[in-house]
Ligand binder design. Structure first.
Ligand code: ZN
Length: 680
């Protein structure tokens, strides 16, 4: 099928690329490309998606194989100089002036992407760029493959693993002489660094973790950074970061540097305070356990004492809390909240065709018109060979078909929550509930967007904005009312006790300073490597840890060689997590927090939910339903346009002013003095 798909798609490109200058028109160039893109995207997703979810190993392998072929084909088509030339000719024609706004944006985008591939440069340069692109993709695959396939483990005795729970210890494999094997995979690394009270054990594990693939990935990273700089220079950019950022809200590496520097400066006092608390905890712990106190915080102490802060200062008992979050209650509550918020209705399809019995399919309709706008799959539990993280996969873009009718959008949420057993339901940790809300936010972004072109559908927005809609919806799992709606004790059915709820909400502030300063270190390493090619990754990381975080890197380690994002499509864009949070917080506090995160102000007798039959009267909120007015605004201004409008324009429309950093800073526990905005 992949071969068939590339052949039929290539035919269209060939036809477009063979057009005489005089013949070029909107229909035979731009629309022909847009139409084939819709079909290609849908069929490509169907070939590509099963590698992540199919229960059958042979299908997963075939799907991966197809993905490789299609990726190669994507590079080839992106480098079609003949096609690019026809689009340029079209732009020069008078008819292009009368194109509708989104078609015009599509035309401009194709030209931009062509230039970013060097299609306007001499053939010799184009060949160089193509060669670099191919090398880069191989290097990126190898960098992450090395990390994924790392099988290092450390053997420890039970005493050396003191503090770790019994079920964790029992899950570990044993060496021949009876020691317990600790690997460097997340399910071992994080619990150990958080819970093990033997500092020497933590030190060994942290040192090994940040030395993974040191030799080989260090070389790859160097080559990656060099090749990226070469490509950027061939394309006329002074640095790779500037090349990447041109397409983002931030636009330039200078803006990103200012954003990160200012934030680091503001967070510094908070970081100092948190370090003092941690040092104090460490002193007490050393006295208690009869250990020597070295009066400093080491890299391997960070997570251990940050966890102690959560448990002592905020005293949230995560194990007790999760008894209130059985999967079914959370799902019902979450779906109800999203439906009310966005003016949608969800309908479970009873006998849907799915790839595994755990998977459910829902049809989504607009609540007021009854019109079907899309469908989504929920695939929530782990199984052999399934994608290991949580993510939203777009399967079908919501856009126009060749005959101008609308194609509905289809997406799948894939996650790995604990599966229920006959005697115990799946109970979610609070951070899993947050993940659930976050990923489902991406699903709603995919479904609610109503672009004309596939290229602008769903989450195809600026990369440093794409997380904002989902980050905004994370706020719902930190607010009392929605929390109560999505929780109930799995045995007694009682609500979360007030005291526990208050503690949970307060604990959002735990370790904010150190957590965010560490994010800044990572973002700055990423920026440094992609703005100064001569920079030594180990030296840069060590210096930033010292300067920004105030906790030194462990000598001999090479954290950047283990930083998968650098080779995973986040090059020069790691800052985006913090950047988009600025907008998510502004949207939440400016609109939802003011106008009601669930209830809305009903200003007239008209209830947006039930029409004129609703009970909303005057200033009274409707008691039967929730009128999703802010939510509808959000759906219309932020989700509906997809990538067909610049993020900054969407934000201005929704906020009624330029975006501000205030809410973001306040959420980090910082005082707000200025109205400084990342210039966007
Ligand atoms: Zn996300």
């Amino acid at each position: 099928m992949a071969a068939e798909l590339t052949e039929s798609t290539k035919l269209v490109y060939d036809r477009v690329g063979a057009q005489e200058r005089g013949e070029v028109s909107y229909e035979n160039t731009l629309k022909a490309l847009a139409d084939v893109e819709v079909e290609y995207t849908v069929r490509r997703n169907m070939l590509d998606f099963p590698q992540h979810v199919s229960p059958c190993k042979a299908i997963r392998a075939a799907s991966t194989e197809a993905d490789k072929k299609l990726s190669e084909f994507d590079v080839e088509m992106s480098m079609r100089q003949d096609v690019y030339q026809r689009i340029v000719w079209l732009q020069e024609k008078a008819e292009s002036a009368s194109l509708k706004p989104e078609a015009k944006r599509y035309l401009e985008r194709l030209i931009k992407l062509g230039k970013r591939n060097g299609l306007h440069l001499p053939e010799e340069t184009q060949e160089k760029i193509k060669a670099i692109k191919k090398k880069l993709s191989v290097l990126c695959i190898d960098f992450n493959k090395n990390l994924n396939e790392d099988t290092t483990f450390l053997p420890f005795s039970r005493e050396e693993l003191g503090g770790l729970p019994e079920d964790f210890l029992n899950s570990l494999e044993k060496t021949e002489d009876g020691k317990l094997k600790v690997t460097l995979k997340y399910p071992h690394y994080f619990p150990l660094l958080k819970k093990c009270y033997v500092p020497e054990t933590r030190r060994k594990v942290e040192e090994m973790f940040n030395s993974r693939c040191k030799e080989e990935n260090c070389l790859i990273l160097k080559e990656l950074v060099d090749l990226r700089a070469q490509k950027a220079s061939l394309l006329g950019f002074s640095t790779h970061a500037d090349f990447v950022l041109e397409m983002n809200m931030a636009k330039s590496s200078r803006t990103v540097a200012t954003f990160l520097d200012e934030l680091a400066q503001k967070l510094k006092p908070l970081g100092e305070k948190e370090r003092a608390v941690i040092l104090d905890l460490k002193k007490k712990e050393c006295e208690k356990r009869g250990l020597e106190f070295d009066n400093r915080i080491n890299a391997w102490d960070m997570r251990y004492y940050m966890n102690q802060v959560e448990e002592t200062k905020y005293s949230v008992d995560q194990n007790l809390l999760k008894e209130y979050f059985p999967m079914q209650v959370v799902t019902t509550g979450l779906l109800a909240i999203y439906q009310e918020l966005l003016g949608l209705t969800f309908h479970l399809e009873e006998k849907a065709q799915v790839w595994h019995e755990d998977v459910q399919l829902y049809t989504v309709k607009d609540a007021s018109s009854g019109e079907t706008i899309g469908k989504f799959y929920l695939d929530l539990y782990p199984r052999e060979g399934k994608y290991g993280h949580a993510a939203c996969f777009g399967l079908q873009p919501g856009c126009l078909l060749p005959d101008s009718s609308r194609q509905i959008s289809v997406a799948a949420m894939v996650a790995n929550f604990t599966k229920p057993t006959p005697d115990a339901p799946s109970l979610l940790q609070h951070d899993e509930v947050e993940t659930y809300f976050h990923e489902f936010g991406h699903v709603m972004h995919q479904l609610c967007s109503q672009a004309e072109f596939a290229m602008f559908s769903g989450t195809h927005v600026e990369r440093d904005f794409v997380e904002a809609p989902s980050q905004m919806l994370e706020n719902w799992v930190w607010e009392k009312e929605p929390l109560l709606r999505m929780s109930r004790h799995y045995k007694t059915g009682s609500p979360i006790p007030d005291e526990l709820l208050e503690k949970l909400i307060k604990s959002r502030q735990a370790n904010t300073g150190l957590f965010n300063l560490r994010q800044i270190v990572l973002a700055k390493v990423d920026q440094a490597l992609h703005t100064q090619t001569k920079a030594d990754p180990v030296e840069v990381f060590a210096r930033l840890c010292e300067e920004v975080l105030g906790v030194p890197a462990t000598p001999g380690t090479n954290m950047p060689a283990t930083f998968g994002h650098l080779a995973g499509g986040y090059d020069a864009q790691y800052y985006g997590y913090l950047w988009s949070e600025v907008y998510s917080m502004d949207m939440f506090h400016t609109r939802f927090k003011q106008e009601g995160i669930m209830n809305c102000k009903v200003r007239t007798g008209f209830c947006a939910w039930l029409g004129w039959g609703g009970q909303g009267r005057g200033s009274q909120p409707c008691s039967v339903c929730v009128c999703p007015q802010v939510g509808m605004d959000y759906r219309n201004c932020i989700l509906r346009p997809g990538g067909s409008v610049d993020a900054s324009d969407m934000l201005r429309k929704f906020l009624g002013r330029d975006p501000k950093q205030d809410a973001f800073l306040a959420s980090k526990g910082l005082k707000v003095e200025s109205n400084s905005v990342p210039s966007a």
